[in-house]
Write a protein that binds this ligand. Structure first.
Ligand SMILES: C[S@@+](CC[C@H](N)C(=O)[O-])C[C@H]1O[C@@H](n2cnc3c(N)ncnc32)[C@H](O)[C@@H]1O
Length: 214
């Protein structure tokens, strides 16, 4: 992605309408619509997340929160959630959708400033986001710095990368799980098999949890 013709281009994540944004957050796959995926995958993921949140009153960071699909229910469960997203329109949609004093949306740079003054999270979620990040090591390093020692990071991703470029999605060959394993201790992995899982994602996606132990 360093030559002149292929450039990182995250503008695909900018959508003025909430419906357009939802379709980017959860694309229609193998004929399974955005709405069906939202209705079936979301509770399935929340159930797995619930098994791994170790501190009931802890601070959650939803890294790449999109429109707040997972942050919203976590706020409803009583958690305070910081939604972090690189896209200003996603941050705006999440703020509109969640509208709770226990939620705020911010940029990765602002999160880094908070971490710099000692604010840390107990649980970081990164659902369908690390596969899309341009500088994987930098983003995983930021998540590492964001977590308290003993904290958990929960990830859902494809086994291949899909970095947005001016020529479409690009697989740069980087390995998200291997990168996470250099920073964190793997604790549990699940096959991606929510009800109505799109066939194209079964076998090519996973959910995994890691712990910060140093
Ligand atoms: C496929 S969506 C998933 C959204 C949400 N996690 C969900 O599952 O509903 C990916 C999100 O990650 C955000 N994103 C992409 N690259 C990012 C980065 N480097 N830092 C923070 N957010 C990023 C996008 O703007 C988008 O909202």
């Amino acid at each position: 992605m360093q030559n002149k013709s292929l450039n990182y281009d995250p503008s695909i994540f900018d959508h003025a309408s909430i419906e357009g944004a939802k379709e980017i957050v959860l694309t229609t796959e193998s004929g399974i619509s955005t709405q069906t995926r939202w209705d079936t995958e979301t509770p399935w993921l929340l159930n797995l997340i619930g098994k791994h949140i170790i501190k009931p009153s802890g601070l959650v960071v939803d890294y790449g929160c999109g429109v707040g699909r997972l942050a919203g229910p976590l706020v409803d469960q009583g958690y305070s959630v910081i939604g972090v997203d690189a896209s200003s329109s996603m941050r705006q949609h999440a703020t509109n959708l969640i509208a709770s004093e226990r939620f705020m949306a911010m940029t990765p740079a602002t999160l880094e400033q908070l971490v710099g003054i000692g604010i840390k999270a107990d649980f970081v979620l990164a659902i369908w986001v690390l596969q899309h990040c341009f500088d994987l090591d930098a983003e995983v390093g930021r998540i590492y710095k964001t977590l308290n020692k003993g904290g958990i990071v929960g990830v859902a991703d494809m086994r291949h990368r899909a970095v947005p470029t001016n020529q479409g999605w690009c697989d740069d060959g980087r390995d998200v799980k291997e990168t996470l394993s250099r920073f964190f201790m793997p604790i549990q992995q699940y096959p991606y098999n929510p009800p109505s899982a799109p066939k194209g994602l079964q076998g090519s996606a996973y959910v995994a949890f890691f712990q910060k132990n140093r």
